[in-house]
Design a protein around this ligand. Structure first.
Ligand code: BES
Ligand code: MN
Ligand code: ZN
Length: 535
């Protein structure tokens, strides 16, 4: 007999989710507004502040100039100095934020400074502040760019994952409201546009962070599908979720080989945004690895640090989240998202080392190591996207530990078969502040994945681990332009720094969305074999 147990309160820990930060833009004179803290800024090495900071300095009888002269304010990036105004101006406090050297200043500095500032204020128990638009003056940023960077930095820097803390673990107050102040009305309007876009990209990034930080007993493939369904519903996308029997029928033997080790149902999540329905060739496929927990399978991982493998679905999460931004910004391009979600478990029917699987395109793979599962699930996801007519592919995956060894956490490894698309991805990253670095895909490396019994093997041993993994993926793109992003290092951060906090980063959500916008702006790619082809 089965009894249905009523869920107790504990089973449905409904997170005390922090209230979302509100950011507004006000056209006013900064010294005249009533606020607990007014944020101004200073470049490194400036002895006599000008602009808005200079105006505040004068109203405060030169206190900022004096603190600079005494060496207390240096203007280093991320430096924060709090001054009480003692009724001399309307704002109760002034916070001087260092911007670092002027020649190194860009939107990324603004994101970092904005994050450090709001976290500093939160630590001080201050929940509201006003700020000038960093860099929109002598910094050389457009007001819109500045507004976007301020919003991204503030939202992402304040992020905390507290879903399972029943006693409010971090008892500090929430930071609730930031007001960006700009006297000129036209510029204030541009800042507002930037704030709206920055809030959208940051809140989508937070969707990805939440999914990655969520433990694997909660963030199952089914829950990933639900998260995608929510995005699809909110944005009015078509969504299709394939289950194991359908995927088996379609010949996804590589994906199903991984999925057979767990009782948890696997999902192929397919989201479709039709931004240019008249031009099907104007398309982009975003493919995500969604391993909701990677034990390694029969080639079991050592226990130390295995809990981090709850984040092995970060690629899939970033694709789902990027689709939200794409739905909001509506670029003129068709985007297909394909996320291959399953656990990699060593269940009694798990695949074994030595097994040979056949992917959807008929190619066979010898499974040398069941822990090299990401490339197996992606092989079928790439085939599926190709069958759907996608001719430009970007896959995102926490694919190899070797990537963490090679590039650490400072940048994402990029590989691909199309120089233009690789460069466009790197360039999109320059705009978002997410960094990418290309690794070579020389033919010589192909020997690493040669198998005696199948078309290829899924592990190339210890040499060039990230490249051999990418070379396997390349076998499944069937002539399409393709870029592979290995986010094994960049999907998480060890500590709070700038707009990153400890745990999931949400990389590369903002870059994927930016790339879709850039490709849309460029227009449909020329068909290969057309008459305009260069001789
Ligand atoms: N998910 C891991 C890669 C990974 C490692 C991501 C560390 C993030 C942090 C992947 O599935 C894996 O296990 N790769 C193996 C491949 C090897 C068996 C060929 C690896 O990198 O050790
Ligand atoms: Mn693995
Ligand atoms: Zn993995």
């Amino acid at each position: 007999m089965t009894t249905t147990r009523k869920p107790k309160a504990k089973d449905t820990i409904k997170a005390a989710k922090p209230a979302e930060l509100e950011i507004d833009v006000l056209s006013a004179d900064i010294t005249g507004i009533e606020t607990p803290a007014l944020v101004v800024n200073l470049f490194k090495g400036v002895k006599q502040p000008g602009g808005a900071t200079g105006a505040v300095d004068q109203a405060l009888d030169g206190i900022i100039t004096r603190l600079i002269a005494e060496g207390e304010i240096k203007g280093n990036a991320g430096e924060t100095t709090l001054i009480h105004t003692m009724g001399k101006i309307k704002p109760s406090r002034v916070l001087v934020a260092g911007l670092g050297p002027e020649d190194k200043f860009d939107a990324q500095v603004v994101r970092r400074v904005s994050a450090e500032v709001v976290r500093f204020l939160r630590r001080k128990g201050i929940s509201k502040a006003a700020t000038i638009a960093h860099g929109a003056g002598i910094g050389g940023l457009d007001p819109e760019e500045s507004g976007q960077a301020i919003a991204e930095g503030a939202h992402l820097g304040l992020y905390r994952f507290g879903h399972y803390l029943t006693k409010n673990g971090d008892s500090s107050t929430e930071f609730e409201k930031l007001t960006v102040v700009e006297l000129d009305e036209a510029r204030a309007k541009a800042i507002k546009t930037g704030v709206l876009l920055g809030s959208a990209t940051a809140l989508a990034t937070i969707i990805a962070r939440d999914m990655v930080n969520e433990p694997a007993n909660h963030m199952t493939p089914s829950r990933m599908a639900e998260a995608a369904q929510k995005v699809a519903k909110d944005q009015g996308f078509e969504i299709l979720v394939l289950d194991n029997p359908e995927m088996k029928m379609m010949g996804m033997g590589a994906f199903m080989g991984v999925a057979q080790g767990t009782d948890e149902p696997a999902k192929l999540i397919v989201m479709r945004y039709d931004g240019d329905p008249g031009n099907p060739e104007n398309n982009l496929g975003l493919i995500g690895k969604g391993i909701t927990f990677d034990t390694g399978g029969i080639s079991l991982k050592p226990p130390g640090g295995m809990e981090a493998m709850k984040g092995d679905m970060a690629g899939g999460a970033s694709v789902i989240a990027a689709m939200q931004v794409i739905g909001q910004t509506k670029p003129k391009i068709n985007v297909l998202a394909v996320i291959a979600a399953t656990e990699n478990m060593p269940g009694s029917s798990a695949q074994r080392p030595g097994d040979v699987v056949r992917a959807m395109n008929g190619k066979t793979i010898e499974v040398i190591n069941t822990d090299a599962e990401g490339r197996l699930v992606l092989a079928d996801a790439l085939c599926y996207a190709r069958e759907q007519g996608i001719t430009r592919l970007v896959d995102v995956a926490t694919l190899t530990g070797a990537m963490v060894t090679t590039l650490g956490k400072a940048c994402t490894g990029v590989m691909g078969n199309d120089n233009k698309l690789v460069q466009q991805t790197i360039d999109a990253g320059k705009k978002t502040g997410e960094r990418f670095w290309e690794l070579p895909m020389f033919d010589e490396y192909k020997d690493l994945i040669k198998s005696d019994v199948a078309d290829m093997k899924n592990s190339g041993g210890r040499q060039a681990g990230s490249i051999s993994a990418a070379l396997l993926l390349a076998e499944f793109v069937d002539g399409a332009a393709w870029v592979h992003l290995d986010i094994a290092g960049t999907s998480t951060s060890d500590r709070a720094s700038g707009y990153l906090v400890k745990g999931a980063t949400g990389v590369p959500v903002r870059t994927l969305a930016q790339l879709a916008m850039d490709l849309a702006a460029e227009g449909a790619p020329k068909k290969s074999g057309s008459k305009t082809k260069a001789g």
